[in-house]
Design a protein around this ligand. Structure first.
Ligand SMILES: [Zn+2]
Length: 207
């Protein structure tokens, strides 16, 4: 089961719950804000959250992570090249907001890693390193559900932004073409700031 929740911070951002229907356990992806609301949804549904997965280190994707780590007792995962964003408000773009955000406790993962649910080993996400928006941006891919959580790599209307520290337009385009457009056309791309779009539809827009 995939449930989307649009959280409201400085920007609206899509937080995703990826939950196994059988065990009621799963992952939260990019809890950007409103930790209390996210926590209430988890409790109300009787879910167990095993891990908090971040697609990248920008403030609007990580803002609720630390509070949820404490309340849910679930570790936070980030790709190594984006780890500096978690502890540097300048890099994560919260520095001038008046409310600098840091995420001091996290684990790292590697490209190609399979993040498997302890409660059901058939339920998993594959880590695909998709840099460009930030150096350590990743996509979490579920072949079983034909879904990919892409963060800010791309949106329904086109590619993600690259005008922030560490962004690189050429690298972003390489990630989209080599890592996303090689997934099956029916794969649903779930981004941080738009409605879903399939790989096939996104190809028609960008190619
Ligand atoms: Zn971002």
């Amino acid at each position: 089961m995939i449930k989307e929740l649009q959280v409201q911070g400085v920007f609206a951002e899509n937080t995703y719950f990826y939950i196994d229907d059988h065990s009621k356990s799963g992952f939260i992806i990019d809890p950007g804000a409103q930790a209390g609301l996210i926590y209430d949804i988890v409790v109300r549904n009787g879910w167990t959250i095993e891990k908090i997965l971040l697609t990248h280190g920008h403030f609007d994707h990580i803002g609720a992570a630390e509070l949820l780590r404490e309340k849910l007792v679930a570790p936070i995962y980030i790709y190594p090249e984006d780890a500096p964003y978690l502890t540097d408000p300048y890099l994560n773009l919260s520095g001038n907001s008046g409310q600098p955000i840091t995420v001091p406790h996290y684990e790292e993962m590697y490209d190609g890693e399979i993040i498997r649910l302890k409660a059901n080993s058939d339920f998993y996400l594959k880590v695909i390193h998709t840099p460009g928006h930030t150096p350590g941006s990743v996509t979490y891919y579920s072949p079983n559900d034909n879904a990919a959580f892409v963060g800010d790599l791309l949106y329904q209307h086109g590619p993600g932004l690259t005008n922030f520290p560490g962004g690189n337009r050429m690298v972003l385009e390489e990630s989209i073409v080599n890592k996303i457009f090689t997934l099956p056309n029916k794969t649903v791309l779930l981004s941080g700031h738009s409605s879903p779009i399939t790989v096939g539809q996104e190809k028609q827009i960008l190619l």
